[in-house]
Design a protein around this ligand. Structure first.
Ligand code: NAG
Ligand code: NAG
Length: 449
């Protein structure tokens, strides 16, 4: 048997797939971070519209999207929720599957319907730019603002008499996203209407001389109050809060302490500070539209602990490199989905299969393996099986065919111990300076984030 150090390279290669690591958004990010549990309370049961990104930390397109997504979150602050969920977390995987997520990133816009807790969920297919996202979300902010005229304003003021009313006098015929968001914040607590400047008798009745003007008519016999502050979300929210309490999930309000998903302390395999520095938004405010790669729905990417010698055959899909905004080639997505499907089938049947991992091209260990195993063409996806403990590897010779049947019969042959195994070349498992080797892939990966 090879000494334990023999496993270090493969172990470090697997550890460098940032599987169960922290997500790509830091705590300071304007993006609200969800898990399978908080989705219900923060999104599905919200009166506000949300956009939710389903992502995996290893997905390059997710990382490319990050600056635009954070910018969208800033622009939508106080108007709608911008959230993200890490589908690589074990606790989130079933939920992401349930939501029909098949590729990363997947963006879904969640719009409240008349039935509480039963929002409309639709895929966002537009440009992956801050503007594209903001426009689509703003479009779907529900409108609870009554458009009142001289004819019906009094009638409206007479409804729910005890409830305060807010009236926005405006020159606009449209209802701004700001006033719509405020009406949602105070849904059931303050009724909101908008009256155009041409409704002269209403304008005179309230003594409005400029537009826009926001007037609150408190319940009972209290006098109307004109808002004199800045026409921004936060000060208006504070002003209106004097008349009635905003709803629990009013946007722009400091989030109650328990509304943020608690990130459970996890055993860290990486220096967090390095990760966070690398994660700071970079200069590109709008990333170019990118295609979502088809990503493995059930492909586990949690690295096993290979320092404990077991019968560790594992299957690796060495992914090819892509340009900054190109999708994986279809052979790679075929390979990933075939592997995912096979793994899924096996788990349904309760049959043990080898763990399968996608290894991004950015992982230097991927290059090391390709070179050592003679899989030179970095353009194509390669599927290999490796058993570091027994010192063999096998190559799936695809000839461009990564369909499920072909891949599955290859895997079956390995399970049955059929076919020729090749000897793992000396230097790639174990050997020289295992510790330096073990560290290397992590550093490079952070640099490239
Ligand atoms: C949603 O609006 C209703 C009033 O229609 C309110 O009672 C409820 O608290 C609001 N929900 C949240 C989560 O703010
Ligand atoms: C792997 O498992 C062994 C025994 O369970 C443990 O001592 C070791 O720290 C683990 N290594 C890693 C990298 O998690």
């Amino acid at each position: 048997m090879l000494p334990p150090s023999s496993f270090l390279l493969v172990a470090s290669l697997l550890a460098a797939v940032p599987a169960n690591a922290d997500g790509i958004y830091t705590k300071k990010s304007p993006v609200l971070q969800l898990n399978a549990k908080t989705y219900g309370s923060l999104i599905a049961n919200s009166n506000h519209t949300s956009i939710v990104e389903f992502y995996a930390p290893w997905c390059g397109h997710c990382q490319n999207l990050k600056p635009a997504y954070e910018k969208a979150a800033q622009n939508l602050n106080g108007l709608a929720k911008v959230a993200a969920i890490n589908c690589d977390e074990d606790e989130n995987k079933p939920f992401c599957g349930q939501m029909g997520v098949q590729g990363f990133p997947t963006l879904k816009i969640v719009t409240p319907s008349k039935k509480p807790g039963k929002p409309r969920v639709e895929d966002y297919q537009g440009a992956r730019t801050a503007k594209g996202i903001v426009d689509a979300v703003v479009d779907r902010i529900p409108n609870h603002v009554k458009r009142a005229t001289d004819k019906d304003l009094d009638n409206w003021l007479g409804q729910n008499e005890e409830r305060p009313k807010a009236i926005l006098f405006t020159e606009k015929g449209t209802t701004s996203s700001l006033i719509r968001a405020l009406a949602i914040d105070f849904l059931g607590a303050i009724d909101v209407a908008q009256v155009r400047n041409k409704e002269t008798s209403s304008v005179e009745k309230f003594g409005v001389e400029q537009f826009p003007t926001l007037v609150v008519v408190p319940g009972g016999d209290a006098e109307p109050t004109v808002y004199g502050g800045e026409l921004k979300k936060q000060p208006i929210l504070e002003f209106l809060s004097q008349f009635a309490e905003a709803n629990p999930d009013a946007t722009g309000k400091a989030a109650p302490a328990d509304s943020k998903p608690k990130s459970k302390p996890k055993p860290k395999t990486k220096p967090t500070s390095v990760a966070e520095e690398a994660e700071e938004p970079t200069a590109t405010p709008e990333s170019k539209p990118v295609e979502a790669p088809v990503a493995p729905r059930h492909l586990p990417s949690l690295p096993p602990n290979l320092s404990k010698p077991r019968s560790n055959t594992c299957v690796l899909a060495l992914l090819p490199g892509t340009g900054a905004d190109e999708a994986l080639p279809s052979t790679a997505t075929d390979a990933l989905s075939s592997l995912a499907e096979i793994a899924h089938k096996h788990s349904l049947r309760g049959v043990n299969m080898f763990p399968v991992y996608a290894v991004p091209e950015t992982n230097t260990a991927s290059k090391t393996l390709r070179t050592a195993l003679g899989l030179d063409a970095s353009q194509g996806v390669e599927i290999i099986a490796v058993n570091a403990r027994r010192g063999w590897w096998r190559h799936y010779s695809a000839e461009g065919e990564f369909g499920i049947t072909a891949v599955e019969s290859w895997i079956d042959a390995i399970r049955l111990g059929e076919g020729a195994k090749e000897k793992l070349p000396e230097g790639i498992v174990g050997g020289t300076e295992p510790e330096a080797e073990a560290e290397k892939p992590e550093e490079v990966e952070h640099d490239e984030l």
